[in-house]
Design a protein around this ligand. Sequence first.
Ligand code: SAH
Length: 482
Amino acid sequence: MQYLPISLNIHGRPVLVVGGGEVAARKARHLLRAGGEVSVIASEPGSLVIEMRDDGQLHVIDSAFRPEFLRGVALVVAATDNTFVNRNVYELAQAQNIPVNVVDQPELCSFIFPAVVDRSPVTIAISTNGASPVLARALKSKIENLIPSAYGQLADLFAAFRKTVKLRFRTGDERRWFWQETLDGPVTELALAGRMDEARELLEARIVAPDRAGGKGEVYLVGAGPGDPDLLTLRAARLLHKADVVFYDRLVAPEILDFCRRDAELVFVGKAKGHHSIAQEGITRALIEAASRGQKVVRLKGGDPFVFGRGGEETQALAAHRIPFQVVPGITAANGCGAYSGIPLTHRDFAQSVTFVTGHTRDGRLDLDWHKLAGSNQTLVFYMGLANAREICAQLICHGSPSTTPAALVENGTTPSQRVITGDLATLPDDIETMNASSPALMIVGEVVRLRESLAWFVGMGLEGKVEHVAIADAAGVNVAR
Ligand code: SAH
């Protein structure tokens, strides 16, 4: 380790920035965020420094650098374009053991600024020891994505109860156990969901009776998105990592299961067609049993749990059994397939509404309001409609949709094996058969389907024998079809 990472308290302490340009202003702002009393030495300060001065945030000393300016300062940053001044600042500061940083000159630094993820009071500093600031920034953005902004609130909450917990639990081991259990439990989930009052109440209850309050398991109903693992939400990834047991569906991409802890139990509960109700009861019972054992349970569903996902029924059962739960939305197949096939679901010129419809038959009948669905200026998205595609198209035509209404079938949307078959209500059923389309597939009906000609951008495996349209940007940034 070339540098020792420490967190320096500069609250209310004088700190010095030599130079008044943009870089100096950036450093000054950083120091101000940590509470330093910033003075900038610059005879010709730039607009940013002037703005901060006029705002009363810092002092500007209109002078060339002089050694006496270093007297009593907690640290100094040199950001001038004069190498002689920079070196002078460095040497004088070193001689007095004042931490010094000359911007972009690691050899003239006794300390360096790490990239910071600020979730105050939680701060995470990332340093490459000056080797690559770009890499440090990339890591910073990765960590920022991993750590929800509400972690700061969580830390504040814990801080407010530190003393009480210290009085309640005498030994360090007991306290560690208490905080670890709290961190892994519903207090944290409430705080991260922004429900601070409830989090505080539950934490208070846990301090009084740690075994009873919040020791219960929880169920997280999580949407896994339509297929591309990159479309998972940050919250879904976090909860997957936390789960003791994960019940997952047939439509969940295998890569998404890699987010689970290695010791988590993974239970496949993919349902065979036609056996829904029995399997569904069994799944609901399993969720309740696992949570009642105190486990953190993830119920992972393709797309969004509340869109044709039976999430409603499952949460009703959990509520009836007083099992705490959360629902994490996912990108539903309609959104995923629309985006990845270049078919906007609404468009001011073509569709003022979009309807998600189930194409799945109940008791062998497609019981839908066909009159409404056959109206113009709308988009229809049929889920689970592959087997009934011919009947769906026929019913729409029969109820007044022109047979030339554009229609598309998106198979395995958002995945590398995505295939899109386009045509109209008259031609699509035959094409689906000829192309041997398979599940999961979604049918989009409406004028918006035409836009794919110019908006297709995602290249799936394509259709043999048919030219795929791929949108590429020309020099002016306008999409043109290739
Ligand atoms: N809850 C899910 C839908 C489950 S119903 C969601 O919000 O997306 C299952 C149906 O979703 C499938 O029959 C199919 O119509 C559609 N579907 C799911 N994933 C799909 C995908 N990657 N490509 C096309 N259709 C998909």
